[in-house]
Ligand binder design. Structure first.
Ligand code: TYD
Ligand code: MG
Length: 453
C-alpha cells in the first residue's frame, strides 16, 4: 500500500504547505500549522458521494436498543458517567500528572475484567509497575491483560486478534502512528492516534478509556478535537497535597455534565466519598476575617465550601487580582460591582481569593459570598462561623436567585449552620428548623446586613 501523502495545513485558514513553518502566510497566525494526511481523491470529484451506502430513516422507525450500562465498580464514578459505562463509547480522562488517573483506571478495569475481557495498554509504566500497584491495592488480577506498547498500529493488531471488550490507553501523549512522521506527543500524533483508536472502539463496540495529560494552563495537552472525538470527557480536580480528588464530567453524550464524583486518595488507592457535603470546611477555633461558607451545587448535590479572601495594600502600580478555584475575570467584575454600587474601593489593593480543597466553583452562586469575604478581609471583621451565604450578582447590583436554594439551605442546616443570607427569590416559604434566613434583594441590602452585624 502506498504511504499516504503528508502535507502541512493551517488549522485556522486552511492554507497548505509542503513543509512546516511557524507563521501562516495566509492569515498571519502563529503556530497553527499542523502535519496532516491527505489521501488523493480517486478519479472522482465528488468523493463524499462515491460509494455511500447510507439510507434515510423515518424517526418513528428508528429502533433503539437499550444501552447496556456497566458499573465501574464505584458509585461515584458511575454517577459522573451518567449511570455507568456504555459499550462502544470512548471516554477521555484528563488531569495533572500524579493526580490519580492511572490509579482510578486500574481499579475500574480490575473490576470490569471479572466479567469482560479487558486490556490495559501502557505507554508510561512497565507491566511490572502496574502489577505491583494492583497487588498493593489488593485488586483482582487474574483476568486483566497488560500490553506495553506505544505504536498504534501494533496495538490495533493485538486488539483485532484478541478482541478485548474494554480497552485502556495510558496515555494518549505517548502513542504514535506511522501515518505521521512527527514525534509522539505532538498535536498531529495525538489526534491521529486517538482517531484510529476511537474508530476501532465505535466499530467493535469496545469501551475505550483514554488517559490525557493536562498542561500547566489547564488544557488537555493535545488538540481540542480530542474532546470532540470522544463521548465523554472527565477531568480530575484537586490538589496534590490534599487527599480529596474530584472527577468532573465536562462533556457527556450519555449523561449530565458538571456532575462531580468525589474520592479520597488513601494508601489503598482512591476510595469514594459518599457523603461529601462538609469535607471542604476547615474548622477554626475562632472566627477569622475573610472566610465565609457557601453552598455550591456542582452537579446534583449541594456541597458546603469555604471561600477565603485576602485584601492587602499593594506595593506595585498594578495591583493583583488572583483567584484559585474561581474565574479571575469574574473576580474583576465583582470588584467593579462592589465599587459602583456600594462605593467600596479596592483600587491600589491586591485581592486574593481561594476556594478551600482545590474545588473549582463554576456557578455564579458564589458571587455574594466572594464579595462578603472580600469586605470581611478589607474591614478585618470576622463573619460568624455558622453563617451560610449564596447568591448571584447582576451588573446593576441586584442579587439573583440560584437553582436549588432550598436544598442548599437544608444541607447547611444539617451541618449546624444557624444563619443564612440568601437572594430574595430563594426565600423559603417554610422555615427551616434552627436557621434564621435573611433575604437580600441588592448588594446594598447585603452590605447593610454586614455593617449591622
Ligand atoms: P497515578 O494514578 O499514578 O497518577 P497519574 O496516572 O494521574 O499520573 O497517581 C499516583 C499518585 O497517587 C502518586 O502521587 C501516589 C498516589 N497514590 C497513593 O497515595 N495511594 C495509592 O494507593 C496509589 C496507587 C497512589
Ligand atoms: Mg499515570
Amino acid at each position: 500500500m502506498a504511504k499516504p501523502k503528508l502535507t502541512f495545513c493551517c488549522q485556522t485558514c486552511g492554507t497548505l504547505y509542503p513543509k512546516w513553518t511557524g507563521q501562516c502566510t495566509g492569515c498571519n497566525e502563529w503556530n497553527t500549522i499542523l502535519e496532516e494526511i491527505r489521501t488523493k481523491p480517486e478519479n472522482s470529484r465528488y468523493q463524499g458521494f462515491a460509494g455511500a451506502e447510507s439510507t434515510m430513516t423515518r424517526m418513528s422507525e428508528v429502533t433503539l436498543h437499550d444501552d447496556i450500562r456497566l458499573s465501574s465498580g464505584s458509585q461515584e464514578l458511575d454517577r459522573v458517567l451518567g449511570g455507568g459505562i456504555i459499550m462502544g463509547s470512548a471516554i477521555l480522562i484528563g488531569g495533572d500528572p500524579g493526580i490519580g488517573k492511572s490509579t482510578i483506571l486500574l481499579q475500574t478495569v480490575a473490576h470490569l475484567s471479572q466479567e469482560l475481557k479487558t486490556l490495559y495498554v501502557t505507554g508510561e509504566e512497565s507491566p511490572q509497575q502496574i502489577t505491583l500497584r494492583a497487588r498493593r491495592l489488593g485488586l483482582p488480577e487474574n483476568h486483566l491483560w497488560l500490553l506495553a506498547e506505544t505504536h498504534v498500529e501494533n496495538i490495533l493488531n493485538h486488539v483485532q486478534k484478541e478482541k478485548p471488550r474494554v480497552l485502556v490507553i495510558d496515555s494518549i501523549q505517548t502513542m504514535h502512528t506511522s501515518l505521521l512522521s512527527s514525534a509522539p506527543g505532538s498535536v498531529g500524533q495525538v489526534r491521529e492516534s486517538a482517531m484510529q483508536l476511537v474508530s476501532y472502539a465505535k466499530q467493535n463496540g469496545t469501551a475505550l478509556f483514554i488517559v490525557g495529560h493536562v498542561t500547566k494552563e489547564g488544557h488537555l495537552a493535545g488538540p481540542r478535537v480530542l474532546e470532540h472525538m470522544v463521548d465523554a470527557v472527565l477531568y480530575f480536580e484537586g490538589e496534590q497535597d490534599n487527599r480529596y480528588r474530584m472527577i468532573r464530567a465536562v462533556k457527556n453524550r450519555f449523561g449530565a455534565v458538571n456532575e462531580l464524583g468525589i474520592f479520597a486518595m488513601t494508601d489503598k488507592g482512591l476510595k469514594e466519598v459518599s457523603h461529601p457535603s462538609a469535607i471542604f470546611l476547615s474548622r477554626y477555633s475562632q472566627p477569622v476575617s475573610g472566610s465565609i461558607v457557601t453552598a455550591t451545587k456542582e452537579g446534583s448535590r449541594p456541597l458546603l465550601v469555604e471561600v477565603q479572601a485576602l485584601v492587602d495594600q499593594s506595593n506595585t502600580g498594578n495591583p493583583r487580582r488572583l483567584a484559585v478555584g474561581l474565574e479571575t475575570q469574574r473576580l474583576s467584575m465583582l470588584l467593579a460591582i462592589l465599587h459602583r454600587h456600594s462605593g467600596v474601593m479596592t483600587h491600589g489593593m491586591d485581592v486574593f481569593l481561594n476556594v478551600v480543597g482545590g474545588l473549582q466553583i463554576l456557578e455564579p452562586a458564589a458571587d455574594l459570598p466572594v464579595l462578603l469575604a472580600i469586605l470581611s478581609s478589607l474591614r478585618n471583621k470576622p463573619l460568624s462561623q455558622d453563617l451560610l451565604v449564596f447568591g448571584e450578582l447582576g451588573l446593576a447590583g441586584e442579587i439573583r436567585p440560584v437553582p436549588g436554594g432550598q436544598e442548599r439551605l437544608k444541607e447547611a442546616a444539617k451541618h449546624g449552620f444557624k444563619t443564612a443570607v440568601v437572594p430574595h427569590g430563594n426565600m423559603v416559604k417554610k422555615t427551616i428548623d434552627g436557621m434564621q434566613v435573611y433575604a437580600v434583594q441588592s448588594l446594598r441590602d447585603a452590605i447593610e446586613w454586614f455593617e449591622g452585624m
